[in-house]
Design a protein around this ligand. Structure first.
Ligand code: ZN
Length: 269
């Protein structure tokens, strides 16, 4: 009985020591955008005006943007990130990134990272969310300010997949994007932020050095750099002169875990 009691206490302590809040305290704010649209259709859209005002606020308040390569380098060396640095990311690869975000970033000399769904580049024409083309992706990758990561092959929730499918989604997307861009794909963002121990094992096995989530949960026994929570940036964060956006960026390390959540939904009309 005593042994069981000690084992339970030890397990509780172990979990407490790798709680995600402590892990998050190491990283600088990581922003997750999706699409930029002048007339938003869903909560995950950001208007070009709001995006520009958020970049201006970051700049005016002394923030610098990191490239993905810089972010990985600090993490691997265990070095402290520069004070007031931020990582800007875009998921899915919609064409508003090229049309609106890329010029605004370039104008300000700011960097960002694109997480691309390997099977959808140049595709999904005729929908309200067309994707960037290979030519646009190549232009942004060659520019130097935009880093590229994987967002799997098909955007399935990775926690729903068999081990074989997990392998394909992790390794094949890396290979497709590397073949196309000629650069090493070092990071992955989990579709909708879903991950578990098997997912982390699969992306490590595929050679990813870092992985991004949405929710702030973390997993005991797994490095924090394989489940980095991101600020879900969309319409809600831009309301009231970017009130939530500013709060999140200033307090990323101290925000309650509940604040990190999916904010996707169609706009109610
Ligand atoms: Zn996605």
């Amino acid at each position: 009985m005593r042994k069981i009691f000690v084992a339970i206490i030890f397990a509780v302590m172990l979990c407490a020591t790798c709680h995600a809040t402590e892990d998050r305290a190491y990283f600088p704010p990581v922003l997750m955008y999706h699409e930029l649209k002048p007339i938003p259709l869903n909560e995950f859209d950001t208007t070009p005006e709001a995006f520009a005002s958020q970049l201006d606020w970051l700049k005016d308040n002394g923030y610098t943007t990191l490239s993905l390569e810089e972010f990985i380098s600090y993490t691997q060396k265990g070095e402290a990130f520069p004070e007031k640095s931020v990582l800007i990311t875009f998921d899915d690869g919609y064409n508003g990134i090229y049309d609106y975000a890329f010029p605004e970033l370039k104008k300000r000399g700011m960097k960002a990272t694109l997480f691309i769904v390997a099977s959808t580049v140049g595709g999904v024409k005729g929908t309200k969310y067309p994707h960037i083309t290979y030519a646009q992706l190549a232009e942004m990758a060659a520019d130097g300010g935009m880093s590229i990561g994987s967002h799997t092959v098909s955007h399935f929730r990775m926690t729903d997949l068999t081990n074989d499918a997990l392998k394909i989604e992790s390794a094949k997307s890396k290979q497709i994007l590397e073949n196309f861009t000629g650069i090493k794909i070092r990071a992955i963002a989990y579709p909708e932020g879903y991950y578990n121990g098997e997912v982390i094992d699969a992306v490590k096995e595929a050679g990813y050095e870092i992985a991004f989530a949405v929710q702030d949960k973390g997993l005991c026994g797994h490095e924090a750099r394989y489940s980095i929570p991101r600020i879900y940036t969309g319409l809600e964060l831009a309301e009231n002169d970017n009130a939530l956006f500013k709060e999140f960026v200033k307090n990323y390390r101290d925000m309650p875990a509940e604040a990190f959540k999916e904010r996707w939904k169609p706009i109610e009309k």
